[in-house]
Structure formats: structure tokens, C-alpha cells
Ligand binder design. Sequence first.
Ligand code: PMP
Ligand code: GLU
Length: 397
Amino acid sequence: MSLSERISRIKPSPTLAMNAKALSMRAAGIDVISFGVGEPDFDTPEHIREEAVRAMEEGFTRYTAVGGIPELKDAIIEKFRRDNNLNYERDEVMVSCGGKHVLYNLAQALLNPGDEVIIPAPYWVSYPPIVILAGADPVIVGTAETEDFKLSPELLDTAITPRTKLLILNSPSNPTGTVYTQSELEALAEVVLKHDIWVISDEIYEKLIFDDRPFYGIAQVSEEVKSRTFVINGVSKTYAMTGWRIGYAAGAREMIAGMTKIQSQSTSNPNSIAQKAAVAALNGPQDSIQAMIEAFDQRRKHLLQRLNAMTGVRCNAPGGAFYAFPNFSYYFNTKAQGTSINGSTELCEYLLDEARVALVPGIAFGDDNFIRFSYATGLETINKGLDRIEGALGKLV
Ligand code: PMP
Ligand code: GLU
């Protein structure tokens, strides 16, 4: 049997693969501590779950409009107006089966073979494969740890060629937690306008920002920039709803129509019950977010302090999301029981086998010197995991 050529160009999601591995080790009775997959460890708030139950009981269990029910589109429009000062009409927003699916639809609707897409590294694992599946070419632009992993206007300008179609920005970032400021985004927007390219602004971690920093998205810079930008967001992270699969996009109506056409021929509408729950999430009380931020912030500070106290490890303070991205390259070119550790994959494999701690290697995010920690787990578990890591690192020679 020969699979399509396109399938051979991508690998399965490494974050989901690590999650599957940790889960199967646990199922086999092995006590694994997971800093692997990025999903909040909180329950979906009660009023959201109740709305889903109501939807089911009322028989809201049939196909809906492909791009989302009007009620949810209106809740999304209101969210953009309230939180981001952005105005959209119903035909400029659409709902898909998670933020990942929104990105997939958008890449399919926007990109042609030969188009280049600029992706600053470290990047979220799924951006390059989504671009490749659309037949386009990812252009990875490395950023510096010393610049807090930020793309500068100069780096962007240099990476743009006549084939460049799109830039993917993600703030707060997975995996680094980097948050761009208004003035940094204004400077990037100038380059975007100069070269007339499109922008995806992946704002899925918008609400998970620490130290009372304001969130600012590039579409807010001006009407002109907004018209070149697709804002991606969803309920997965903000409302601890990863399993419900609701994400949304806002942007140019022609592209939204194209994405809706693709969705009509692939998944049809996102789950009807989850759409009702998402309305309750966006329109209902928002206090669960604050409680989540406080818990994440406490863990963030603790993890950061302990990582930076480890021999040879250094970690920038993440400004948002729930990831830390420490540099572990000090441990490369060491050996454990005869096996040499030359990069982040081998180090993560060693830590899983020796310390029973699941982590995602930095190479999956485009930088081999780092390891990603998802701290969506309790303080006690974090401490236990770090103790184990320290013990295992101490055995490397
Ligand atoms: N963008 C980023 C940066 C993410 O980390 C995630 C999390 N998986 C997504 C998009 C997609 O989230 P989901 O599909 O769960 O809505
Ligand atoms: N975004 C999360 C992560 O990076 C969820 C897994 C995924 O969809 O990749 O771990």
C-alpha cells in the first residue's frame, strides 16, 4: 500500500504523541509525571457544562449551519468588540472543530503550492505540517533566547521574498510564553504592510497572561492591518475546554467563505452541543479565568525559580500561556549508562526512562537546545517531577 506523497512529508503531532506515551505508561502501572501535553488541568466551569446538558435535553442534536450557529457567531463578535476593540460582521467570523482545525481550514483556503509562510521559531508544533499539507513551504526564522524569542522587524524583513504569502504570529507563545507588546507589533505591522502579506495572529492564550500585562493583538494596530490579519482564538485554553473542540477565526469575508466551503466538504458543522456550551463560555461569567491565572502564576514562579537553580539550566520568565522553555544544552554531549545524549530528543527519552517524567523536546518546536515544560499540573506534582529530573541529571557524566 502506498500512502499519499503529502502524508510522507509530515509526522504525527509530537505533543499529542508524548501525551499518548505518558498515558500508556500510566495505564501499564508506571508512575509517570507529565509536563507533556498543553491543556489546563481544571474542569470546564459548571455553568458551561450545564448549558451543554440543556442543549442535549432540548434536542439541539442535529446539523447546524456549517460555519457555526448565529448565536455563537454573535457571542464571538461581541467578544472581539469587548476584549479587543475589533468590529466584525457575521460573515467575517467562523467556528471550526478547535483552533487547530481553524488553522487547517485557513491554510487550505489561502495557500497555493510554492507560497512561502514565515514561521518564527520556536513555534507551535502544528504550524509547519499545516502549511505543508496545503502544499506551501514553511520558512522558519530563528529568534534569540536573549531577545526573549521575539521576531524583530529586521528579521521579518530579511525573510520576506516575492513568494512570501503569510506570517504566523503567536502571542502569548506556545512554547516560550513570550508576549509581544503593542509597540513591537506596530513595528512588525509596518513590515507586513510594506510587503503586502497576510498575517495569522494565533491568540489562543490571550487570557492567560501574568503580571497584569495587557494583551494586544496585531489586528488592533489599524484597520489596514486588521484587513490583512486572521485572528485565531478558541475556548480550549481560556475555559479549560480542550475536549469540546471549538475554535474560531475572524478576518476577510472572502477567506471565511472559502474556509466554510472546505468545512462543508470535510467535517460539516462543529459539534452542536459544544457550540451551545461555547456561547455560555463567551457570554457567561468570566471569573473562572482569574482563578486559573492565579494557580498558573504560582506554578510558573515556582517552576522558574527551581529550573534556574538547577546546574547548567536557564529559563526566561514566560509572560503568558502555561509553558516554560528552559535551555538544557549544558547536558548535551554527556552519557548515561553508555548512551550518549546529544540533543533534546535523547535527553527527553532519558528523563522519561530514568526519571519517569514526560517532557516535549525543543526540537519539536524548532530549537534543539530547549525542553518544553507544560505546568498545567499541581505544585506538588511539579516539585516531585523536578526532584526526579534533578536526580536523573545528576547521573549524567
Ligand atoms: N494554537 C496554539 C499555539 C496551541 O498551543 C493550540 C493548542 N493545541 C492550538 C492553537 C489549538 O488548540 P485547539 O485545537 O485545542 O483549540
Ligand atoms: N497545544 C497543546 C500542546 O502544545 C495541545 C496539543 C496539541 O494540540 O498539539 O501541547
